[in-house]
Design a protein around this ligand. Sequence first.
Ligand code: AMP
Ligand code: ZN
Length: 139
Amino acid sequence: MKSDNCIFCKIANGVIPSTTVYEDDDFRAILDLGPAAKGHTLILPKEHFDDVTELSEELARKVLPIAAKLGKAMKTGLGCAGFNLVQNNGAEAGQTVMHFHLHVIPRYEGGPEIASWIPGETTPEEMKETAEKIRAALK
Ligand code: AMP
Ligand code: ZN
């Protein structure tokens, strides 16, 4: 556990009670207190990582199968038609709790609507230049 002032460390490790839908040695998945839709779930590692860039590769490999399992259970158990996986990194990206978490958000026919991005415009030149910048930074 990172420190006393990380609420998700406390929740993941059972120091603060939560509505838990899944738990194993590494993760706890809880219902979100401000759900975007009924069943909105957060998967929290028990160990503290600020965001996905800090998450260990071992846990990164484990988290996606859990999300898939939860999404499948939401379809069967809650009758949703689909689900979104959402994961915010950094305040500018909408991260409000600085402990890595993966949202699993059920989507039902008829809503509620969940805000998405508005598709923008680009050009082949801009795409080439942008891709070059990302590739260079990967090295
Ligand atoms: P994010 O904006 O990606 O950092 O997501 C943080 C999420 O945590 C939001 O959807 C909040 O509603 C949710 N949240 C914050 N505090 C709690 C809490 N104590 N228990 C459950 N969910 C919480
Ligand atoms: Zn934490």
